[in-house]
Design a protein around this ligand. Structure first.
Ligand SMILES: NC(=O)C1=CN([C@@H]2O[C@H](COP(=O)(O)OP(=O)(O)OC[C@H]3O[C@@H](n4cnc5c(N)ncnc54)[C@H](OP(=O)(O)O)[C@@H]3O)[C@@H](O)[C@H]2O)C=CC1
Ligand SMILES: CC(=O)N[C@@H](CCC(=O)OP(=O)(O)O)C(=O)O
Length: 345
């Protein structure tokens, strides 16, 4: 099979460079075009010196896109910017995987309420497939526009789907408590993410109104066929990458620990990137990989199920999951190019 031609749009940021890092080792694609509006004309490896000798392409502008024949483009752009691109290139022959939140929600109205932005391309919301391969593999295969899941939602959705699908839990009493590394905020300088504010520190943010709340609820509604209600609080960890999410769940009836673990084992039997752990996972157990590690247990004393879900936000939470989706769209084995081994310690 001829190599597929790939464009990466917005590659001066964290997920863009992570896409280049992963795709450079992918046997079935070639990176044909990498864009930056602020650094166009420069070498990609001058912007990301850690890739010197590995990825030496010249950065071009989005406006040069017609010069290239592309099979698929990844959008590593901020939300609100991606939708402009998707609208502008809606009739192009290439497939699109958008890493932003612009096409993940159910409607223009929900997007505008939670993102406080107007949506200029609602048609895209209708067409987009939510790129969670563990839930929507068949739809992803045939999609032309993928809304790649958010990082926190990836941990929460994978942690909750088996229980909700089996109708075993109270769908309106779910607490999702997440801790993330700083790269989740992107490469642009922001005061809250200054070294002195993050280092040796720990804090909650986005209480009650974080936009990922509605993304998690929307997908879990679809999985369960019920209206879920999620209390979601993210926290900022003084680390580069990694998310650890702890989920507290009230079961409808008393649970059995062995059956609980069996439920997850069956649900994820064919999911190469979900690892069911015997003990509580740590963020370093998945660092640099596309794994989502899950630990599930039942507390008889409180009658609560506890799920711990861990990913690397830049990989399973963004670039890796996007490559997994690309593989599925091209009919390749979903693990191609993603056989990465955790970097621990
Ligand atoms: N970081 C993470 O862990 C995750 C990120 N995401 C999502 O993926 C997308 C990319 O994230 P990330 O790589 O972290 O973001 P960054 O901020 O690190 O990079 C975004 C890139 O978009 C380009 N860009 C184009 N137009 C604009 C604009 N108007 N304003 C700012 N940047 C612009 C910039 O490149 P240039 O200006 O050179 O063209 C920039 O390098 C975002 O939508 C993010 O929410 C999703 C899951 C996890
Ligand atoms: C630390 C930090 O700020 N994290 C980001 C993660 C969001 C993200 O990357 O996901 P989207 O694609 O939905 O924007 C945040 O909480 O907004």
């Amino acid at each position: 099979m001829a190599k597929k031609k790939i464009g990466i749009i917005g590659a001066t940021g964290y997920t863009g460079s992570e896409l280049v890092r992963i795709l450079t080792n992918h046997p079935d694609i070639e990176i044909t075009m990498i864009t930056s509006e602020t650094r166009k004309g420069e070498l990609f490896s001058d912007v990301h010196p850690f890739l010197q000798g590995i990825a030496n392409q010249k950065l071009v502008s989005i406006n040069d896109i017609d010069k290239y024949e592309l099979d698929l483009v990844f959008l590593a752009l901020p939300h609100g910017v991606s939708m402009d691109f998707v609208k502008r290139f809606k009739d192009s022959s290439f497939k699109i995987i958008d890493l932003s939140g612009d096409f993940r929600l159910n409607s223009k109205e929900v997007y505008e309420k939670w993102y406080k932005l107007s949506h200029i391309f609602p048609e895209g919301i209708e067409k987009a497939v939510f790129g969670c391969p563990e839930l929507y593999f068949d739809k992803i295969k045939d999609a032309n526009l993928i809304a790649n899941p958010g990082c926190f939602p990836t941990t929460a959705i994978l942690g909750l789907a088996p229980l909700l699908k089996a109708n075993l839990i109270e769908e309106n009493q779910i607490i999702v408590d997440s801790k993330t590394g700083v790269t989740g905020a992107g490469i642009k300088a922001k005061n809250v993410n200054l070294y002195s504010n993050v280092n040796d520190n720990f804090k909650a943010y986005g209480l009650k109104y974080h936009r990922h709340t509605v993304e998690i609820q929307g997908i879990l509604d679809d999985v369960s066929g019920k209206e879920t209600l999620i209390q979601f609080t993210p926290h900022l960890l003084p680390v580069d990458r990694g998310i650890l999410t702890t989920i507290y769940i009230r079961p409808k009836e008393k649970m059995n620990e062995i059956k609980l673990k069996e439920l997850y084992k069956t649900f994820y039997a064919k999911a190469p990137f979900v690892r069911l752990r015997k003990q509580e996972p740590a963020i370093k157990d998945v660092r640099g990989t596309n794994y989502c590690d899950l630990f599930v247990t039942y507390d008889k004393r409180t009658n609560m199920v506890i799920v711990i879900s861990v990913i690397d936000n830049l990989i399973k939470g963004a670039a890796g999951q996007a490559v997994q989706n690309m593989n599925i769209m091209f009919g390749l084995d979903e693990t191609t190019g993603l056989n990465l081994i955790p970097l621990n310690p």
